[in-house]
Design a protein around this ligand. Structure first.
Ligand code: MN
Length: 730
């Protein structure tokens, strides 16, 4: 067991300026905090944090990491708080401790194999500072070294987690030796018999007449004779890697040719091929085992020549041939790419022996940077910054693109869940569907079988999966809705105006209608529903001779005025322009709310109604109050330029006239309306008094200004006492 003063000595060796005071304070604090806590082995708890700090010192980490190593279990297991650590040891140490505690809280129990990779990514993503991960790995390493004191079932759980999560993670960040040790220790717990078996065989194999030493000797002689400067060694492979190869390739121990990997290191690429030629000339090459990773490197940059030969003592042996530089990349993994720096002079020999060399490199680099945080920030794995990882209440891990909302989460769980989402909770608190998900959030989705996606959802999802599911649904839904609405519009208009239609007739006239892409009756209905077509246009084609519609009033209804200069053009409006609004997705059913009958020029807003498309209201409409607490349903809309210029289409607006009882009154109104290019659709007499009559009119009008001009001109008539726009609430 390491003691505090030994730890300090070790740190001073590689970092003479280390803040020894900080380490001593952290040690004393940890000792007091853990008090008389004991480990499962019965030993004082303090042994564990000290051992973790020692592993970190082996990695030659900075004093903040070591202090955090000493303190790493105080937040979880003692009364210590973040604020207290902050006060006593500063933000850097407190944050590291908190990070490690957070990582430790993630549970990996009962996770399927395919989720393991996601968990590893989660760990990386959550360790904002890579030192957090290093401390966590050191913690795990010491726990694995002392695992025998634990109960069998807890041993198995920890070993499984180590095998599936931590060993691959260590490998990923380039800690190959740490990975091998974690694997070997986990293997021993998970497969005790296999481990014992292999152990015995290895022991037997080792005692065989110093085979490795003799082989190395023979090879050295060969290279010397050929005048090639080469370093040769033979290293036993890790237990678990031997075992997994036996399993993977169904090999017996005796069939293994690579318990020891012989490595030949030379000065140049040319020498690599020369060594290869020599080996193949001197020994019998085993067919199919030669691989040239020098001319075709592995994706991670690994380069070497691999071959297997029948060696000088009849032994099959695997040989790797590489240069020193290739060796660095192979040993330091990913780390070599961002941290490799040629070792300087005396340091070189010593550092080659250390499996943590890349970390040493990292430290050397750090000393050249003013702010170590800045360095760690850069060193942080950028690899997974595009994703966030969150959990279902059952603990399943869901990977989402960065910026994803809880609604994306719902669709990622299953599109059937997404489609029926009514509300969501993050870590137990109710949140809006547009709330972004953070790493480690636990997200709970509440569904209802009555719920369906609405167009506003398109604005709050970022994942392709959610987007395409919503769009697919809405496209079908909107079409159905438009067809239904179009039928209703045609029905009402024909009943009101006293003419007849049936589906066959409509299908027949469909191609003759003045709107593009209309092939059958449903297309006609959909166009009506979208407002691209009006009942009167269908009537005109159905009854070309009949220019006047029968009406119960004597008012002459004119065909819609065509304000376009060049005749037919006005019929070829695009979807948006036909509706008169911008910001509406093509094909979305749009209704102008009857309650306020908005006109171009008036401020408007769209309300998304499930199964009914969008209702457009004036922003001052009283009916909007009922949607005040449903901001997800509000859709910003704007009048199109053509609508504002009165060129898009006519809008129906209801007016109330108070007329003097004068026989010519209605005629004057009608001609004033006609003179201003407006159009009376319907007239109802609401009230007939002694002196005056109240009349309600539906008038086709183009813009707010148009209406104002109309009202001004109407008010100027002596028979008109008053004119007002009608709202549902007055
Ligand atoms: Mn611990």
């Amino acid at each position: 067991m390491v003691r505090q003063y030994e730890l300090i000595e070790q740190v001073r060796k590689y970092n003479p300026k280390a803040d020894v005071g900080l380490l001593n304070r952290a040690y004393v604090y940890s000792m007091k905090a853990h008090g008389d806590q004991r480990r499962a082995s019965g030993e004082a708890y303090l042994i564990h944090p000290l051992a973790v700090a020692e592993i970190l010192a082996d990695m030659r980490l900075d004093e903040a990491s070591l202090a955090a190593g000493l303190l790493h279990d105080t937040l979880e297991d003692t009364l210590a708080s973040y604020d207290e650590l902050l006060k006593l040891f500063g933000k850097e140490v407190a944050d590291l401790c908190e990070g490690v505690t957070k990582l430790s809280k993630i549970s990996f129990e009962d996770k399927s194999v395919e989720q393991a990779e996601n968990f590893r990514k989660l760990l990386l993503a959550m360790s904002q500072d890579i030192r957090v991960l290093l401390i966590k790995l050191a913690d795990r390493l010491h726990n694995m070294r002392t695992i025998e004191a634990k109960k069998p079932e807890s041993q198995k759980k920890t070993a499984k987690e180590t095998m599936e999560i931590y060993a691959p993670l260590a490998d990923r960040i380039g800690l190959h030796a740490l990975k091998a040790e974690l694997e070997d220790r986990a293997f021993k717990v998970l497969e005790p018999e296999e481990h014992a078996n292999l152990s015995a065989k290895m022991e037997e194999w080792r005692t065989q007449d110093n085979l490795v030493g003799r082989v190395v000797g023979v090879l050295k002689d060969e290279f010397k004779k050929a005048g090639i400067k080469a370093e040769v060694n033979g290293r036993e492979k890790a237990f678990y890697s031997i075992y997994s190869k036996m399993v993977r390739k169904s090999l017996a121990f005796d069939q293994l040719t690579d318990i020891v990997a012989y490595r030949v290191m030379v000065d140049s690429k040319r020498d690599c091929y020369e060594v290869l030629g020599l080996l193949h000339d001197r020994f019998k090459a085993i067919p199919g085992r030669f691989k040239d990773y020098i001319s075709a490197p592995k994706p991670n940059g690994y380069q070497s020549l691999h071959t297997s030969v029948v060696g000088p003592f009849g032994n099959r042996m695997e040989v790797q041939i590489r240069t020193g530089e290739m060796h660095d990349v192979a040993e330091n993994g990913v780390a070599a790419h961002w941290l490799y720096k040629p070792a300087k002079g005396g340091e070189a020999e010593q550092s080659k022996a250390s499996p943590y060399r890349w970390l040493r490199g990292m430290l050397e680099q750090m000393q050249g940077v003013d702010d170590p945080k800045e360095f760690y920030e850069n060193a942080k794995m950028e690899l997974f910054s595009d994703n966030v990882y969150a959990f279902t209440p059952k603990g399943d891990l869901i990977a989402l693109p960065r910026g994803a909302t809880v609604l994306d989460f719902a669709f990622a769980v299953h599109s059937n869940v997404g489609m029926r989402t009514v509300s969501a909770k993050i870590n137990g608190a109710v949140v809006p569907l547009r709330r972004q998900v953070d790493n480690g959030d636990m997200v709970e989705i509440v569904t209802s079988s009555n719920q369906t996606p609405n167009p506003g959802w398109r604005e709050i999802v970022v994942s392709n999966r959610a987007k395409s599911a919503i769009n697919r649904y809405l496209r079908t839904q909107e079409r159905d809705e438009q067809v239904r609405l179009g039928r209703e519009i045609l029905d009402k208009a024909s009943r009101r105006d006293g003419w007849h239609w049936d589906v066959k007739q409509v299908a027949h006239v469909a191609p003759k209608l003045p709107v593009q892409n209309i092939k059958d009756a449903d297309d006609v209905f959909a166009a009506l529903g979208q407002g691209r077509l009006f009942p009167r246009q269908i009537f005109d084609v159905l009854y070309p001779q009949d220019k006047t519609l029968p009406l119960d009033e004597t008012i002459d209804i004119k065909a819609p005025k065509n304000k376009k200069k060049k005749g037919e053009e006005s019929q070829n409006l695009s979807g948006d322009e036909a509706v008169g609004l911008e910001g509406i997705m093509g094909g979305m059913a749009v209704h102008f709310a009857k309650c306020c009958s908005p006109l171009p020029g008036e401020d408007v807003v769209g309300i998304i109604s499930t199964g009914r498309g969008i209702s457009v209201h004036m922003k001052t409409c009283k009916n909007l109050e009922q949607f005040a607490d449903q901001p997800d349903r509000w859709l910003p809309v704007k009048w199109s330029k053509t609508a504002l210029e009165g060129e898009a289409r006519a809008f129906v607006c209801r007016l109330r006239f108070h007329l003097a009882n004068d026989p010519g009154a209605l005629a004057s109104v009608a001609s004033t309306v006609a003179n201003l290019d407006a159009n009376i659709v319907e007239i109802f007499t609401e009230h007939r008094g002694v002196d005056s009559t109240t009349v309600r009119c539906e008038i086709e009008i183009r813009t707010k200004d148009h209406l104002n001009r109309l009202i001004t001109n109407l008010t100027a008539l002596k028979q008109v006492l008053r004119v007002e726009k009608i709202y549902a609430w007055n």
